[in-house]
Ligand binder design. Structure first.
Ligand SMILES: [Zn+2]
Length: 147
C-alpha cells in the first residue's frame, strides 16, 4: 500500500511524504553449483518513505521513531505536527496491510480446510465401497439392521 501526505504547504515550501509498505511472498533463492535454486517462499517487506520538497526527491528511508522526533533517511522531523502526521501515516498504512494480510491468510486456511474435508469425504466413500456400513460406521455386514 502506498499513501502520500503533505506535511507542509505554503507558497515557498511544499513537503510531501510518500510512504510505501508492502508484504510480498517471494521465492527464496539458494545459489548452488552455479545455479539459482528456488528453495521455498519467504516474506519480503517493503517499508520505505520518500521525502519530496517542492517536488524534488530529497531522501528516502524508513519512518523511524527517534523518541520525540522522526527520522527518514538523512532528515529529522522535529516539528510536533509533522511528527504526529508521520506516526499516523505509518500506523494507518501498516495496519491496513496487516489487516489485508490476515484476510488473505484466513482465505487460504479456509481453502485448505475445504480441501481436507473433501479428502475425508472421499476416504469415507472409499470405505463404504469396501463394506463400511453407513448406519453404524463399522464393518458390520448388515448385522446392525437385522438386530
Ligand atoms: Zn451396520
Amino acid at each position: 500500500m502506498k499513501k502520500q501526505i503533505t506535511l507542509n504547504a505554503n507558497w515557498t515550501t511544499i513537503i510531501e511524504i510518500e510512504y510505501t509498505y508492502e508484504k510480498k511472498e517471494v521465492d527464496k533463492i539458494s545459489y548452488a553449483d552455479g545455479y539459482n535454486i528456488v528453495v521455498g517462499k519467504e516474506a519480503k517487506i517493503i517499508d520505505i518513505a520518500t521525502v519530496r520538497v517542492n517536488g524534488q526527491e530529497k531522501t528516502e528511508g524508513k519512518i523511524i521513531d527517534m523518541g520525540g522526533y522522526v527520522n527518514i533517511g538523512n532528515i529529522d522531523f522535529k516539528t510536533p505536527s509533522f511528527v504526529k502526521a508521520l506516526f499516523e501515516l505509518k500506523e494507518e498504512v501498516q495496519s491496513n496491510v496487516e489487516k489485508l494480510d490476515c484476510e488473505i491468510k484466513a482465505e487460504k486456511e479456509e481453502e485448505i480446510k475445504k480441501a481436507n474435508s473433501m479428502k475425508a469425504e472421499e476416504r469415507y466413500e472409499n470405505l463404504v465401497k469396501n463394506g463400511l456400513c453407513r448406519k453404524c460406521n463399522t464393518f458390520c455386514n448388515g448385522d446392525c439392521q437385522t438386530k
